[in-house]
Structures are given as C-alpha cells and as structure tokens.
Design a protein around this ligand. Structure first.
Ligand SMILES: *Cc1c(COP(=O)(O)O)cnc(C)c1O
Length: 303
C-alpha cells in the first residue's frame, strides 16, 4: 500500500457516500455552493478524542438548511455517525470537522433552485487555530474595521454561511496595519463579529457581547453559560467600538481555537496589554468543560 493510495492522515472527507483522503474530495465547478456561495455549513471540533457539543452544532446545521430551503437525505443521527467515521478513519485526536450542504446544480439549461439536488459533504482535518496557543499567551492584535458586515436584512447571519468577502477584506485591512485580525460593524457602527469568531469585552463587573447581526456561536453560548455560573453580569446588547477601546479586557470566541485574548485594538494596548484574568479564567473553564460527560462524545478509534 503506497501512501498516496490510502493516506488519511491529512484528513478525511465524505463525498457521494464514500470516505476518501481529504485531498481527493472534489465537487463540480457548476455546484451553486461554489458559484453563488449558496450553501450552509457548520464546524465542530474534536479535542483529545472527543467531539465538543456535537448535538448543538448538528442542530444549528439542520436549522440553517431549513431556513435556506436546503435538504439532505440523512437524519441527524446519520450525520453524526458519518462524522464519527470521518474522524475515526483520520485517527486525528484533535480535529476541525466541517459539514456542508450546498445547493448543488440545476438541470442543464435551468436556473431554478428548486430543481437542484442538494449536496452533503463532510470533512475532518487537523485542528485549526485562529490563534495558536503561543499567540494566545501574548494576546492578539485586532483592528475595528469600517467595513460593514453584509446586512442581516440581506443574509440571515444566524445561519452559518459563506458570505465572507466583507470579513476577508477586513482581514487585509488588519494585515496592512500590522495587526492579525479584524472585526466588522453593522449599519450603526456597532461591532458585530470577525472572520469566524464572536467578540466580547470585559469592563468592571460586566461582560458584554453583541446581541444581533452575528452568528450565535456555540463557543459564545458556552461563555454565556460559564459567566452566569460565575461572578460577572453578562450583557447581550449592541456594542460600540469605543467601549471595546476602553475595555479592561477583550476576547474572541470560536470553535477554531476556543476563547482567545485580544491585547491590542487599532495598535493601542487594552488595559496593561496582557491577557486579562477574567479571560484566562474563562478560557481554563472552557477547556475543562471538554472533559464533562454532558458536553463530549468520545470517539472509539479501534486499533
Ligand atoms: C463560525 C462562526 C463564528 C463562531 O461560532 P462558533 O460556533 O463558536 O464556532 C462566529 N462568526 C461567524 C461569522 C462564524 O462563521
């Protein structure tokens, strides 16, 4: 057996009923998922051999398909077992696992989305960090972009989608300014979210996160749950850029990296310029929760 024939170590993908090495997974250039960003998706992670909050991710995915008039022939339990198979076959203990439903393509000569056969794809690849643990130790530098997130009146931001040009253009602004990442704003100038993450500020005894115009992240939800069990007041409401600049602490949240401290905004230090104690305590609780039976699903890797 050559490595090319059967190399699942860089990840696996499920396409057309088969699990293949991720490098071999392909879709048609005519798929509307590619041509029109006409798709929904979700990302869940596997940490130390366990899925984290898998049911929450699958529920969000099915809810998004419903709202986008997409459907697949698999039920939630079938999707779950496909994902377990993908990870088991990859042997990855820490993985980034994505599920996608694309519109597919209409019949030749048609542009009627009702004629499309929707397509389901899944893949498991090595864990992806928005900021690696070393970077998290010093904190991220972030810019507050003047670019607006695509309006919630155009595309429902609570459904995970591939309308990312606003987010990617904001990233280029950040790089131009020597920063690592960015957040975008809504029509009123309030911060909404960044490329694949939610945004939080800590000021005195309160923790604030935007309540509209963004994806309701599972990591965000986990933070809200952790905070209500602790000593801070959690506020979900519009968040002005000024509040972020004058915060005691700032952090971002994502399945791709967990809870990550931000120590600079637009080139200026937040607080003393070090990851804050509230952020680091939440971060420790978040990773500890990964061992909790109620949140994890262990993968049996066999031999
Ligand atoms: C995925 C994503 C997030 C974070 O959601 P999690 O469920 O915590 O990973 C935030 N914003 C956008 C635009 C996203 O795509």
């Amino acid at each position: 057996m050559t490595t090319e024939d059967n190399d699942f170590s860089n990840g696996t993908a499920y396409v057309d009923g088969q699990i293949v090495p991720v490098s071999e997974a392909k879709i048609s250039v005519l798929d509307w998922g590619f041509l029109h960003s006409d798709a929904t998706y979700d990302v869940v992670h596997v940490w130390e051999g366990n899925f984290f909050r898998l049911d929450d991710h699958i529920d969000r995915f099915f809810n998004g398909m419903d709202k986008f008039h997409l459907s697949i022939s698999y039920g939630k339990d079938e999707v779950k077992s496909i994902l377990i198979d993908c990870v088991r076959k990859s042997k990855l203990r820490d993985a980034y696992v994505e599920i996608i439903c694309t519109r597919g393509m209409p019949k030749p000569g048609s542009r009627d989305p009702r004629n499309c056969t929707n397509r389901f794809i899944a893949f498991a690849i090595p864990f992806v960090w928005i900021a690696c643990p070393e970077k998290q130790a010093e904190g991220l530098s972030l810019v507050i972009s003047d670019i607006q997130r695509i309006s919630p009146l155009a595309v429902d931001p609570t459904i995970k989608n591939y309308h990312w040009l606003d987010l990617v253009m904001a990233l280029f602004q950040a790089y131009d300014q020597g920063s690592e990442t960015a957040v975008v704003v809504d029509g009123a100038g309030n911060i909404v979210e960044g490329p694949g993450f939610n945004f939080f500020v800590v000021k005195g005894n309160t923790i604030v996160t935007p309540d509209r115009g963004m994806l309701e992240g599972i990591t965000r939800k986990t933070v809200i749950e952790l905070v209500s069990a602790n000593s801070h007041e959690m506020q979900q409401r519009p968040l002005a850029a000024e509040e972020a600049r004058s915060a005691d602490e700032v952090f971002i949240t994502s399945t791709a990296g967990g809870i990550m401290p931000v120590t600079k905004i637009d080139g200026k230090k937040i607080g003393d310029g070090l990851p804050g104690p509230v952020t680091m305590k939440l971060r420790a609780s978040y990773w500890k929760l990964h061992r909790n039976e109620a949140y994890r699903l262990a993968i049996d890797y066999g031999q």
